[in-house]
Design a binder for this molecule. Structure first.
Ligand code: HPA
Length: 275
């Protein structure tokens, strides 16, 4: 896509949203598969379905809705993205990250991302959340390829603090206070849509990953490019154990995501409270 055209489309979407809302959200939360529960925490909600927003893509994945929920969490203005766009659905990287650019333009400063992921660290048990410390991009693509939009961010963005250290510290402190079990680790993003073979899980472990999924990395790259601070969580939904690999279904992933999602929602609402 022509970048000037893309910039115009993002601006139209952002302008529409700014007319619909009374206060610009400082924090955005991307709700991953089975992780929509946090939307119950928001008060004074204003829901905007994706089809109402000019140029916004429309989501197709199971367990994913398609709406932005604007509201207050602990008196802080937030926007919850209920339904994300996956590369495996056939969206381009620019489409996958379209909402993140819109968030940047409406003034979001902190992006909280969540996802469902396979656990590759042998110490991980399913049904628990992991704070993402860093990522590996194995998607074979990048949302920043093409002409750089200089008003959005630098040509060669720094990724040394891609998942903000202070926000991670805050999340860990909150989990400790609440007695919530949580892991920390590296998230690797693959294209999907198939789950991994045993040999692939083995490789991903060897290259330093603790969890694997099919999302998040494009959004986090764009958020960093756009100067946002990022906090990320993976719900560990299955064990990618190469020596004892069991058949895996999307239903099982959703079920375990919901379990981890309860703990994640409690942590995220308190993180927002203390921002
Ligand atoms: N691999 C990739 N994506 C996933 C997995 C997995 O094992 N579990 C949940 N999303």
């Amino acid at each position: 896509m022509d970048m000037r055209e893309y910039v115009k489309k993002v601006n139209e979407a952002a302008d529409y949203i700014m007319k619909e809302i009374s206060e610009s959200p400082k924090v955005a939360v991307v709700l991953g598969s089975g992780l929509g529960g946090i939307s119950e925490e928001a008060e004074n909600k204003k829901v905007i379905p994706y089809p109402d927003i000019p140029n916004f893509p429309v989501s197709t994945a199971p367990g994913h809705k398609g709406e932005l929920i604007f509201g207050k969490i602990h008196d802080k203005s937030a926007v919850l993205m209920n339904g994300r766009f996956h590369y495996y659905e056939g969206y381009s990287m620019l489409e996958v990250t379209f909402p993140i650019r819109v968030f940047q333009l409406i003034g979001v400063e902190v992006l909280i991302v969540t996802n469902a992921a396979g656990g590759i660290n042998p110490d991980f048990e399913v049904g628990y959340p992991m704070i993402i410390t860093d990522h590996i991009n194995l998607m074979g693509d990048n949302p920043l390829i093409g002409p750089n939009v200089d008003e959005w961010g630098p040509r060669f963005p720094d990724m040394s603090n891609a998942y903000d250290k202070n926000l991670r510290r805050l999340a860990i402190d909150i989990a400790k206070e609440k007695g919530i079990k949580i892991y920390e680790g590296v998230y690797v993003a693959v294209q999907g849509p198939n789950f991994e073979t045993a040999a692939e899980y083995r490789m991903l472990r060897r290259i330093g990953a603790d969890a694997v999924g099919m999302s998040t990395v494009p959004e986090v790259i764009v958020a960093n490019h756009g100067g946002m601070k990022v906090l990320g969580f993976s719900a560990i939904t299955d064990k990618g154990d190469p020596d004892n690999l069991k058949p895996l279904t999307a239903e099982e992933v959703l079920e375990n995501a919901e379990k981890a999602g309860e703990a994640m929602a409690r942590i995220i609402t308190e993180v927002i409270n203390r921002l």
